[in-house]
Design a protein around this ligand. Structure first.
Ligand SMILES: Nc1ncnc2c1ncn2[C@@H]1O[C@H](COP(=O)(O)OP(=O)(O)O)[C@@H](O)[C@H]1O
Ligand SMILES: [Mg+2]
Length: 253
């Protein structure tokens, strides 16, 4: 089986404080992999390292077998890595469609000549329209992004990650701030729009990912303490211990 993303011995210190203490993690090509763990475990820090926004203190990151440990976000984007950003990356006064066109155009490479821009523009229109449909915002295409509801803004955020055409997607707490019904819709949307892609998804709420993830890794105090199917993770004693008090595993789904 092909490994899309491999983390080996990843460490991150802020000053003297170790936040990540030797993370090993393989994400298989085409799988939906959830990274869960308590608040402060280091999930977002790990994401920022994978996305090239921060440098690891030690360790190695490989994307499809190539060492990308020292690459920044633009170089990673060219290698097919896309991450969702918080809604701050949305251009508030541009329409939903224009936001998606910008994301597509930003991802298109090629000459800057007239023909390239002309065809690039047509391609951007088509791809933006596809993503609009996929994220269920076709009805809101001409609205300014600032006027969207919170859940709609998160759907647009997912759309911006999809618009670039990347094959490996990083989503950090895509259901944060949503009620249960909104979260369920958001996860269904993620499932539908990421078919065939490699997905690494961070969630604090473990129940949220059990219906979506092929495999789950549990990060506790800067270390991956378990990786397995959702069922195996639910039954894992060390994981239960780490989540003690969260009533983990008591609820069935
Ligand atoms: N830039 C930073 N400087 C210092 N400490 C940080 C920084 N970013 C995160 N931390 C600390 O690292 C720990 C893990 O944070 P984070 O990765 O956001 O955890 P999670 O996403 O799992 O909740 C926390 O204790 C946090 O305070
Ligand atoms: Mg976080």
């Amino acid at each position: 089986m092909t490994i899309a993303l491999r983390l080996s011995g990843i460490e991150k210190r802020f000053g003297a404080t170790p936040v990540l203490r030797g993370v090993d993690l393989d994400v298989r090509a085409g799988e939906r992999h959830a990274l869960i763990g308590p608040n402060g475990a280091g999930k977002s820090t790990l994401f920022s390292l994978i996305a090239g926004e921060q440098r690891a203190s030690a360790g190695c990151i490989e994307l499809h077998g190539r060492d990308v440990t020292r690459l920044g976000p633009p170089a990673l984007a060219r290698r097919g890595l896309a991450r969702s950003f918080q809604t701050t990356s949305v251009f508030a006064r541009l329409s939903v469609r224009e936001n998606l066109r910008c994301a597509v155009l930003a991802s298109l490479r090629g000459g800057a000549g007239f023909a390239a821009r002309w065809f690039g523009s047509a391609q951007a229109d088509a791809r933006a329209a596809d993503v609009l449909d996929a994220i269920g915002l076709a009805h809101a295409a001409e609205r300014a992004a600032a006027t969207l509801s919170y859940a709609e803004q998160r759907a647009l955020d997912l759309g911006l990650a999809l618009a670039g055409g990347g094959q490996t997607l990083l989503l950090d707490e895509p259901t944060a701030g949503m009620n249960r019904a909104e979260a369920a819709r958001a996860l269904a949307l993620i499932r539908a729009t990421t078919a065939g892609k490699t997905l690494l998804l961070v969630e604090h709420d473990m129940d949220a990912v059990f219906g979506l993830a092929d495999r789950v890794s549990v990060l506790v105090q800067g270390r991956v303490i378990a990786t397995g199917t959702p069922q195996a993770i639910r039954a894992d004693a060390a994981v239960r211990e780490a989540y003690l008090g969260a009533d983990f595993g008591a609820a069935s789904s």
